[in-house]
Design a protein around this ligand. Sequence first.
Ligand SMILES: Nc1ncnc2c1ncn2[C@@H]1O[C@H](COP(=O)(O)OP(=O)(O)OP(=O)(O)O)[C@@H](O)[C@H]1O
Ligand SMILES: [Mg+2]
Length: 510
Amino acid sequence: MENLNFNELNLSDAMKKALDFMGFEEATPIQSKAIPVVMAGHDVIGQAQTGTGKTCAFGIPAVEMIDTKHQGVQVLVLCPTRELAIQVSEEFRNLCKYKKGIKSLAIYGGQSIDRQIMALKGKPQIIIGTPGRIMDHMRRHTLKFQNLKMAVLDEADEMLNMGFREDIDTIFSQIPEERQTMLFSATMPKGILDIAELYMNHPEHVVTLQKEVTIDTIDQYYIEVRENSKLELLCRLIDSKNIKLGIIFCNTKWKVDELCTSLQARGYSAEALHGDMKQRERDRVMNKFRKGQVELLIATDVAARGIDVNDVEAVFNYDIPTDTEYYVHRIGRTGRAGKKGVSYSFVFGRDIYKLKDIERYTKSRISRTKPPTVSSIEAVRMQSATEEVMAALAAGGFSKYTEAIERILEESDDITTLDIAAALFKMKFSELDSRSYEESELDNDFTLNKRDKFKDVVKYRGEGSHQKGRGGYGSDKNRGRDRRRDSGRGKDGAGRDGRSRSQSRKKPNN
Ligand SMILES: Nc1ncnc2c1ncn2[C@@H]1O[C@H](COP(=O)(O)OP(=O)(O)OP(=O)(O)O)[C@@H](O)[C@H]1O
Ligand SMILES: [Mg+2]
């Protein structure tokens, strides 16, 4: 099906103006297919790949159906994480920009409840929130849903999974049965679909997946690497691909903190995000990452679903996710809205079998690639240094320095302009010399899951004579990167909505 023009979707002028303001030219496939079905009043289960505009697929019709003559909350959107609730409410705020009298509000844990109660007195028609805090307000009668017309579960399969199921039951038992229910996600496992129908009334399935579950704008790679070489490998990849904005996923909060500290010590601009941090810290980190003020976000799966940050170039699975669905969502943080992205999954030993399962599930190919060599990284750095100098030459304005150069040339007949230029190059880019990489087993061609080659590696490691001891990867002093040591940790134990997620669900990772 063709992508529809927004003019073909029967939208109000205020909505069309808002979409124009947001810079959207035409509807995406899921929007083209789902919006007419939702506007016709049907319940919808929508499945489309990551980064293809599902938020607006339910957001546009939700805002359009608000009747400002009626009091009370008319639309409720439930999200699995606070960061996602904040982001979705921003998208709604944009959609409501030219709609007079329509207000939306984000309600999530970790924020002052009194402030939320105050904001609720402003009578927002649209509530976007996380289940725990929503239930809290329902108990306090500060949030009433008797006039609710539409309920949306964003990341529906996650919301109907173990950890959230009870909460959803509780909330849905207290909202009107006469309502429109919307479920959206990039993944929709069969078991969840069966559960989904319990909450819905003859839902229409709107699916835009082609063959693959993952989006084809992401080049997917895997690299075989031992646990103790992962850090070195990560640094080499970031440097050789010149990654300016990337997300690195680990399976535990502990590992996130540890990796974040290691990266900061090596001079990278990195911050951690996980559920043990105070909400203020989480917000601070997300805001900095959104603005590009921090280059690397090290996160648990709390950042895996729905998070939309412009221009994330690469996603790293430092650990292979335990669920196949989570692989889809994690790598889906890049390659969004038609942009290109790349993902690297680090596998060790039996992980390779998990990866094969993921390939089968996603019907996509994850290609094996090798660790970048030290010489390839140096070539990349020399190239970007050259580009910087070329840009300075093109910009001009350096004539006042030529006198100084002439004076140096007069000093000795042996010195040429080329020597002077090379010396200046060395001064400016001295880190090219001093940044060294650990010679490691990464430089050996080995395949970990093959026994014979594995023995070679053990032999190599045992010999030790190959280790040149070049002083480690990049001394702190010489790395030209932002060096922040604040790992942004908090200890309130609030995974989501004031509760540790590990208490409420089996998945230990937030
Ligand atoms: N019609 C459109 N034209 C251009 N950009 C769009 C359009 N609709 C949405 N976008 C943008 O595309 C990006 C991805 O959208 P969104 O976050 O809704 O994706 P999603 O399908 O929900 O992904 P995920 O499965 O990861 O949650 C956002 O930055 C959004 O603003
Ligand atoms: Mg989404």
